[in-house]
Structure formats: structure tokens, C-alpha cells
Ligand binder design. Structure first.
Ligand SMILES: *Cc1c(COP(=O)(O)O)cnc(C)c1O
Ligand SMILES: [Zn+2]
Length: 403
């Protein structure tokens, strides 16, 4: 059964039926007119409720809530662990847990979106998939396209980290590095997709990306129903992931699976603060700079409105952190908990530290950080954080004890 009933424009409220196959509302220019997928879930409640607490193999556990018409491309996305973080908790005076998305099939949370997008592509008889991406979404879509046998053509900014460019190539995708930033890659992707009738899977415009991502909210609700955290901390680029987390969690609150909802703490980097600026009403920063946290280096986020709405609904807050703080946090996550995350993911820890300092998060609160992606794709950005290896002669006595 397909539970999708309507797609509603989040700007003007105009409603489309799924058969329109529209990605955006035509009544807006620029970054407006994003759609929100709405469901009739009454038929799904019993099946979902019956499975709560039985363990989560992957995101297809929530298939009755997903708009995939019975298709389910299976590469193992979702079903990720929610880990305690005892050392960090002690150091911060806040009970920290980590929703560890690094174990997804291509190494990031984007696989939740790709699983649903490729399943829809099969349902809709699409033949060529495309997206613009800061890196992880491209790698993810390419992996899932390979799995489904569909062609894949992706657009990335010219300064994409090496690992994130090689990965989709190994999956057999055509990868185009656009001379410019993410916004330029996005714009070219839109134009080519419109021309050739390719299926544009860019999370910034394809509403079904958020629908897949929202399974992280379902999982967080199911896994923390004994003790809902005060805060969920999420790094914001386009704002899709944060909005999706809220949508999923809130759905499970409405189903009665959890009794309350957390507040959202959305984190941005100093070089890309558009959602923070919009949420707080602070004037946009002139520098419009850059950040080494490439996955959240988005100058003109397309889902700022969905993100701001989620922040508002949850009674949440935003925080901006510097690249220095992000990279320090990357090392701290590794040192304290054995988690090697990419800079965008480590931004959640930097954001939590900053929010604790500012008194936004109170001592004794609990906070779950969404560790959105692995650090292994971008070792170059971590290289400056660590000392080099020590060279030793080939004799045991020359090897010192650990410090
Ligand atoms: C895409 C991504 C983000 C940001 O998600 P948005 O939906 O663009 O806000 C954060 N971290 C990682 C690792 C990502 O791949
Ligand atoms: Zn509209």
C-alpha cells in the first residue's frame, strides 16, 4: 500500500497529488517552493507498533511509513546503534549519546535518503539518476544506483575531498566536478536534469530524500523511548536532515511510541550560517565564506524553511562554531569514544560544547549527537590535528611505553 496522499508546498500551501511527479511548487523562484510529503498512516499504525522494541535490522522496518510503492532497495541502510558516551558525558557534565550513522553502506546518513529515492526511481521507471552534492549524497546515490542497475550522473563542487570523489567513481557513476561551489553544482544539475528528464535526487529539492532521512528520527524515538533526550544535536547544511529527524520523531510521538519530543540543537559552521541567521533573525554574515566541514558548506540552503519550522516546533536553538572548534571536536570524539567522524559530524560536539558554555544546554541535561558520517573519506582535513607517526629503529627496546 502506498500511504502517500499529498505533497504540500511549504511556502504557499498549494497541494499536489503524487501522480503529478512534481519536485517543487512552480509558483516560486530561487530556493522556494519545497514540498512536504504527507501520508494517511492510519493503516500502518498496528504494524509499526507491533514491532517496536524488537530490534532494528535496517530502515525497511518502517516500510509501512515509506512512500516506495512496495519497492525496497536493500543495501543495509539504517539500523544504526545509539551509543553511550561515558567519557564525553563526564567531561561535559551532560549525558551524551551518539547516534552513529557511520556504519551505513556508503559511510553516511545519506544512505537513508538514497534507499527511498532509488526505490521510488524503480517504482517510477526512471532510468538516469542525478544529484548535486557536497560529497556524501553523491557517493551514496552512486552506490545505490549501482545496486539497482540504474545510470548515475553526479555534480560536485571542485574542492570536494578526494575520498568523496573516488568513491562514486568506484560505484561506476559519472562524476562532474563543477568549477565553483555547491550552489553552482546544484544549479547545473537542475538545468541538466530538466533538459534530459533525469531523476533529480538532490536532497535540496527532491522531497522524498527527507522522507528517507526521517527514519533516523523513527530509530531515535524507538531506541530512546525509555529516556528521551533533552536535545538532539544535528549539523545543518541544507537543513534536510534536521527537519527529517524532527518529522520522524514527532510521528512516533503522535503514535504514542514516545511520550515526549526532544528539542533540536542545529549546528552550523562560521563559513555557512544561513539557517542560523534566518532562525535567530541575525543579519546575514557578509563573508559568506567557506568551511572545512564540507558537508555543511552550503551558502544558500534550500530547506532552511523546513529546518526553521522544526527548530521552532521543538523549542530548539541554533549555534555557530568555528572550523578550529570543529576540528578540535573531531579529535575529542576520536580520543574519548573511539569515534572517527568527519568534520560536519564533529560539529555537533563543538556545538554542544558551545551551547553548554552559553547556558543554552544546562548541566545535567541529556543530548544525543547525530554522527552523520565517517572521517575515513577525508583524512586530509584531520592530518593537521595529529602528530605524525614516530619512526623507530627495528629493536624492541627503542619503543617507548604509552604516555
Ligand atoms: C549532508 C550531510 C550533513 C548535512 O545535512 P543537510 O541535510 O544538508 O543539512 C551533515 N553531515 C553529513 C556527514 C552529511 O553528509
Ligand atoms: Zn508554492
Amino acid at each position: 500500500m502506498n500511504p502517500t496522499i499529498a505533497l504540500e508546498c511549504i511556502d504557499c500551501g498549494r497541494v499536489f497529488v503524487p501522480a503529478d511527479e512534481r519536485l517543487v511548487c512552480p509558483d516560486h523562484d530561487g530556493v522556494g517552493g519545497i514540498l512536504d510529503v504527507q501520508y494517511d498512516q492510519s493503516g500502518a499504525h498496528d504494524a509499526i507498533e507491533a514491532g517496536i522494541g524488537d530490534g532494528i535490522d535496517d530502515l525497511w522496518k518502517y516500510a509501512p511509513l515509506l512512500p516506495t510503492d512496495g519497492h525496497a532497495v536493500d543495501l543495509g541502510a539504517g539500523g544504526t546503534p545509539l551509543l553511550d558516551a561515558p567519557t564525553l558525558s563526564r567531561e561535559l557534565g551532560v549525558t551524551v549519546r551518539l547516534k552513529d550513522e557511520r556504519g551505513n553502506p556508503t559511510g553516511s546518513i545519506k544512505d537513508r535518503a538514497s534507499a527511498v529515492l532509488t526505490s521510488r526511481a524503480l517504482a517510477g521507471d526512471e532510468s538516469v539518476l542525478t544529484c548535486a552534492s557536497t560529497g556524501n549524497a553523491a557517493a551514496s546515490l552512486a552506490g545505490y544506483a549501482a545496486r539497482t542497475g540504474l545510470d548515475c550522473c553526479i555534480f560536485v563542487p571542485a574542492d570536494v575531498p578526494e575520498g568523496k570523489a573516488v568513491q562514486p567513481l568506484v560505484y561506476g557513476a559519472d562524476v562532474y566536478a563543477v568549477d565553483g561551489d555547491y550552489d553552482d553544482a546544484f544549479s547545473l544539475c537542475r538545468r541538466v536534469a530538466a533538459n534530459r528528464e533525469w531523476y533529480d535526487c538532490s536532497a535540496a529539492v527532491n522531497p522524498y530524500a527527507v522522507e528517507g532521512l526521517r527514519t533516523v528520527g523513527h530509530e531515535l524515538a524507538e531506541q530512546s523511548r525509555a529516556s528521551v533526550p533533552d536535545w538532539i544535536v544535528y549539523p545543518m547544511g541544507n537543513g534536510c536532515g534536521l527537519a527529517a529527524t524532527w518529522k520522524g520523531f514527532r510521528e512516533f510521538a503522535e503514535l504514542g511510541i514516545v511520550e515526549e519530543c526532544p528539542r533540536l540543537l542545529g549546528v552550523q559552521a562560521e563559513g555557512a550560517t544561513a539557517i542560523h541567521d534566518r532562525f535567530t533573525g541575525e543579519p546575514a554574515r557578509a563573508d559568506g565564506g567557506e568551511t572545512q566541514a564540507d558537508s555543511i558548506d552550503v551558502g544558500h540552503p534550500h530547506n532552511a524553511q523546513k529546518a526553521c519550522r522544526a527548530l521552532e516546533d521543538s523549542g530548539g536553538a541554533t549555534v555557530v562554531v568555528s572550523d578550529r572548534e570543529i576540528l578540535d571536536a573531531e579529535r575529542t570524539l576520536g580520543r574519548t569514544e573511539g569515534i572517527y567522524a568527519e568534520p560536519a559530524s564533529a560539529a555537533t560536539l563543538a556545538g554542544l560544547e558551545s551551547a553548554v558554555e552559553a547556558g543554552v544546554v544546562a548541566p545535567g541535561d541529556s543530548a544525543t549527537l547525530v554522527v552523520t558520517g565517517t572521517g575515513l573519506k577525508d583524512t586530509a582535513s584531520a592530518r593537521d590535528l595529529v602528530d605524525g607517526v614516530d619512526h623507530v629503529p627495528d629493536t624492541p627496546a627503542a619503543v617507548p611505553d604509552p604516555e
